[in-house]
Design a protein around this ligand. Sequence first.
Ligand SMILES: [Zn+2]
Length: 167
Amino acid sequence: MRFTFCPDCASRLVGRKTGDDGLVPYCEQCKRLWFDMFYNCVIVLARRGDKYALIRQHSGDGSISEDRFVCVSGYIMTNETAEQAAVREVTEELGLKPVKVRLVATYTYQKKQMLMTGFLAELPEGDFSLSDELIAAQWFDEAEVGVRLAGSSVAKLLFNDIKGAKL
Ligand SMILES: [Zn+2]
């Protein structure tokens, strides 16, 4: 997202030539640059042994089809590390706190202007206790996950990057 007005004082921003970054929105009142903003999110593929847990979510904004399986994901909160967000989101959504999370790679999701940090999470023994946001969670083996995530671009990239990897 490119800022048009200063988020602090609401003045209209002007373009200022800034090194290699070209024209960057600048507030002449606050004397500060406002670089383009994007969201920081985590996407987490949770597994136990050779089984992966995928979820179906209620479609709050209509962008996620309710019959489609996806990975756990969510926004990183202020003052939270990506690793902490990955553990929190899995714990909130599945009711199981990962025993380990491992950074896999980062992905851009341009449609929603997100930078998604991808993790593999190892789940402990126990049953799911689903968040109200979820319709269902289900275990799949590796071959099934590849098929289920076919239409889900970032999740599929994450899965392809960790297929067969050991924590
Ligand atoms: Zn300002």
